[in-house]
Write a protein that binds this ligand. Structure first.
Ligand code: EPU
Length: 380
């Protein structure tokens, strides 16, 4: 028989767990309340230990990466916020391909920079995106003609149901535009610990986004620009839109694109086109900007819809406004609360809906909100 006490003492928190940690400074929007518990886990064992502790304590767990695509509630999060800070990069060559693997906590742009330096093609257009590698597959980050899901071969995750680490291949990830299994069926179940990519050694750069093509031409780049030239061009384009995190850029106190670009099926597109034409917002000879999306759908830039609905760059109310450089970024001008951000987001959403009949859906992750507080925005 073992000496015991009743009730048994609560399980000891894993080493490194901090109490009452402010989350606002850990997000690029700089908004939101504290986490009751916070832990930066540097290896898988620590992640497992933290998950087991939270389960025993009966507290919720939320995950935070680089904080560049998240809106934290003003009340914060009354559970454990876990930052998966697993580092490490390795690679293996096989013929003209290189298999590149990185821990979830590796800085995304550091990985892209490394690939570009070595002449490994496939990630160059994704230069300058803030955040960690672990977040890349979740919303399938994409920019200037590439998506992470184009080159990801495996996403390694802890499956919270079994506690085992599993490798999910590209097909299993079900990548779509800003979409993956990790946002749908696998939500809350899989904790990303590392990602593997297949890149092309000495491969050509991807130049298919019209704006990137035009910019490279205007810079005098040749017919097949190098990976480094494309990286520099993308960084410059992002800088001009304040989509590059640089200290001193007030516009950058944002979560990047606040809404995803709506992708409309044939019928929705016909209806939206009719509404836009009837609204008289098109200049003479101007056509609606559009990009082809998968499944024959049409992607219409949300930034354009927002502007044409009457919300101009730099407009806004008090602590919250639109970036002066890009109409899709909502900026905390200083002292904004999460409620202020949501109120402004709803104004934009309602304005576009009323004018054009198109419903905008937010892109960032919401952390610490009750479902009913945000269900009108996220739609579930
Ligand atoms: N536009 C406007 N006003 C603006 C900005 C853009 O009308 O202030 C219109 C223009 O017609 C422009 C079009 O929107 O041609 C597209 O703009 P942009 O090339 O800047 O891209 P986006 O559709 O607004 C998406 C991604 C960005 C990514 C860029 C470049 C989403 C939600 N956003 O933005 O990703 O960098 O393409 O590929 O898909 C992010 O996800 O946070 C992000 C920054």
């Amino acid at each position: 028989m073992r000496r015991s006490t009743f009730p048994p003492p609560p399980p000891r928190a894993p080493e490194g767990v901090q109490e009452n940690v402010l989350l606002a400074p850990r997000t690029t929007l700089c908004v939101g309340g504290p986490a009751a518990h916070f832990l930066e886990a540097r290896d898988e064992t620590k992640v497992l230990e933290a998950l087991a502790w939270a389960r025993k304590q009966g507290i919720d767990v939320a995950f935070l990466g680089g904080g560049s695509n998240v809106l934290v509630a003003d009340r914060g999060f009354d559970g454990l916020v876990l930052r998966v800070a697993i580092g490490g990069i390795n690679h293996a060559m096989e013929g003209d391909r290189v298999t590149l693997s990185a821990g979830a906590g590796v800085s995304w742009d550091a990985l892209v920079a490394m690939a570009v330096e070595h002449g490994w093609a496939g990630l160059e257009c994704l230069s300058g995106i803030p955040g960690d590698v672990g977040a890349a597959p979740i919303q399938n980050i994409g920019a200037y003609g590439q998506e992470a899901g184009d080159t990801i071969t495996f996403v390694y995750c802890i499956d919270r149901r079994s506690g085992a680490t599993v490798g999910i291949d590209r097909a299993g990830c079900r990548f779509g535009y800003r979409d993956s299994i990790f946002k749908r069926r696998g939500r809350g179940r899989f904790v990303v610990v590392g990602v593997t990519f297949s890149l092309q050694r000495n491969g050509p750069a991807t130049v298919r986004y019209p704006e990137l093509e035009r910019f490279l031409r205007s810079e005098g780049a040749g017919a097949s620009p190098s990976l480094a030239e494309v990286r520099q061009a993308v960084l410059e384009l992002r800088r001009r839109k304040s989509m590059l995190l640089e200290s001193g850029d007030e516009n950058a106190r944002s979560a990047g694109s606040f809404f995803v670009n709506p992708t409309l099926d044939e019928e929705e597109w016909a209806r939206a086109r009719a509404r836009i034409e009837a609204a008289g917002v098109l200049g003479g000879g101007e056509s609606i900007p559009q990009f082809p999306a998968s499944g024959g759908r049409v992607k219409v830039p949300a930034a354009w819809l927002i502007e044409r609905a009457g919300f101009h760059k730099g407009s806004g109310e008090g602590t919250v406004g639109l970036s002066t450089k890009h109409a899709l970024a909502i900026v905390n001008r200083g002292g904004a609360t999460a409620e202020d951000i949501l109120r402004f987001a709803r104004r934009l959403r309602d304005g576009v809906l009323a004018r054009f009949g198109v419903r905008l859906v937010p892109e960032p992750v919401f952390l610490g909100f009750q479902p009913h507080e945000i269900e009108d925005l996220v739609g579930h």
